[in-house]
Design a binder for this molecule. Structure first.
Ligand SMILES: Nc1ncnc2c1ncn2[C@@H]1O[C@H](COP(=O)(O)OP(=O)(O)OP(=O)(O)O)[C@@H](O)[C@H]1O
Length: 273
C-alpha cells in the first residue's frame, strides 16, 4: 500500500499502511422490498493522525461509510479493513459523534463524562481524576456540576466530546457534529477539534455538508457524487497543519481549494435541482 506524501515527511514508517482502507466497497440496502444502492466502488485510505473530511450531496452515503468503518454493518461488495484486518461488528477502536449529543439530562457534566469510565470499572478516584483531566482537555473546567440544560450549545458539544474521549478511541467518526451550531460557535468548535486531534494524535473521518468546513479542518477531503455515492475526487488540503481557521477566508490557497471543490461538487448539486 502506498505512503501518503504528507505523512511520509512527518511521521515514521509505521504509518505506511492506511489505518482504515475501503476496497471497492459497495453497500446495498433493501428498502420496502426494493434494493437501494447507497454507495459503490469506494476505494479510500485513511491514514493515522489525519483528518479526512467527506463532503457531498445529501444521501450519497457518507454516513454509510462511517457505519461500515464502525462495523455497524458490513459492505455488500468489497471489504473494509482497520489496521489490516477486516472490520468486525463492532470496531472498538472507533468512537462516534453525531449532530445530537445524547447527553443524559439527569446527570451533570461530571456524571456524563464518567459513563464510559464507570462501564470500564475504574475506581472512583481514578474516574474523578480522568474526568477532571478530560474537562480541562475540552475547556469545561469549572462546569462539572452543571446539568445539560444549563449548558450552551458549544458546552454541550464539549461535554459530548469529553465523554467520547473517555473511551479513548484512536479514531473519531464525526457525522456533522457541528451542523446545529451557529456560525461563530461552529468556527470555535472547528478550531478546537483540529487542535485537540493534533494534540492527541487522533485519526478522524469527518462528514459535513459544508465545503468551507471540510477545507478548514481537513488534511484531505473526499468529494462524493450523488446516489449511488462514489468518490469523485480526493484532494489534499495543503494548508499549514497549525492553520489559523479564524483568518482562512483571507488565505488565497484556502480560497482556491474551496473554489476548486465547488466545481467538483456542482454537477451533483445541479442534478438535484
Ligand atoms: N440502515 C439503512 N437502511 C436502509 N437504507 C439506508 C440505511 N442507511 C442509509 N440508508 C440509505 O442509504 C442512502 C445513503 O444514506 P447516508 O445516510 O449514508 O447518506 P449521507 O450522505 O450521509 O446523507 P446525509 O448527508 O443526508 O446525511 C440513503 O438513501 C439512505 O436512505
Amino acid at each position: 500500500m502506498t505512503k501518503h506524501p504528507d505523512q511520509a515527511m512527518t511521521q515514521s514508517d509505521n504509518v505506511t499502511s492506511p489505518l482504515i482502507a475501503f476496497r471497492n466497497v459497495g453497500k446495498q440496502f433493501i428498502v420496502k422490498g426494493e434494493p437501494l444502492q447507497a454507495v459503490h466502488g469506494i476505494d479510500l485510505d485513511v491514514y493515522e493522525g489525519e483528518i479526512l473530511t467527506l463532503v457531498g450531496p445529501s444521501g450519497c452515503g457518507k454516513s454509510t461509510l462511517l457505519n461500515m468503518a464502525a462495523g455497524l454493518f458490513a459492505p455488500t461488495e468489497g471489504e473494509v479493513f482497520y489496521r489490516g484486518s477486516q472490520v468486525q461488528p463492532y470496531n472498538p477502536a472507533v468512537g462516534y459523534m453525531t449532530q445530537s449529543d445524547h447527553l443524559l439530562p439527569w446527570r451533570d457534566v461530571i456524571g456524563n463524562i464518567a459513563i464510559p469510565l464507570e462501564i470500564k470499572g475504574l475506581s472512583k478516584s481514578e474516574i474523578s481524576r480522568r474526568v477532571e483531566e478530560l474537562m480541562e482537555t475540552v475547556g469545561l473546567g469549572g462546569f462539572g456540576k452543571s446539568y445539560p440544560n444549563q449548558l450552551s450549545g458549544g458546552m454541550r458539544k464539549r461535554c459530548a466530546l469529553a465523554r467520547l474521549l473517555a473511551y479513548d478511541p484512536e479514531t473519531l467518526l464525526m457525522d456533522e457534529p457541528f451542523a446545529a451550531l451557529d456560525a461563530l460557535l461552529r468556527m470555535r468548535m472547528q478550531i478546537e477539534i483540529r487542535d485537540l486531534c493534533r494534540r492527541l494524535n487522533k485519526t478522524v473521518m469527518f462528514v459535513t455538508h459544508d465545503l468551507d468546513e471540510a477545507v478548514a479542518i481537513g488534511d484531505r477531503c473526499a468529494v462524493f457524487t450523488g446516489r449511488p455515492g462514489s468518490i469523485e475526487r480526493i484532494v489534499d488540503v495543503p494548508l499549514a497543519p497549525d492553520r489559523n481557521i479564524l483568518h482562512l477566508r483571507k488565505d488565497p490557497d484556502y480560497r482556491a481549494i474551496t473554489a476548486d471543490l465547488w466545481e467538483v461538487l456542482a454537477p451533483s448539486i445541479e442534478q438535484e435541482l
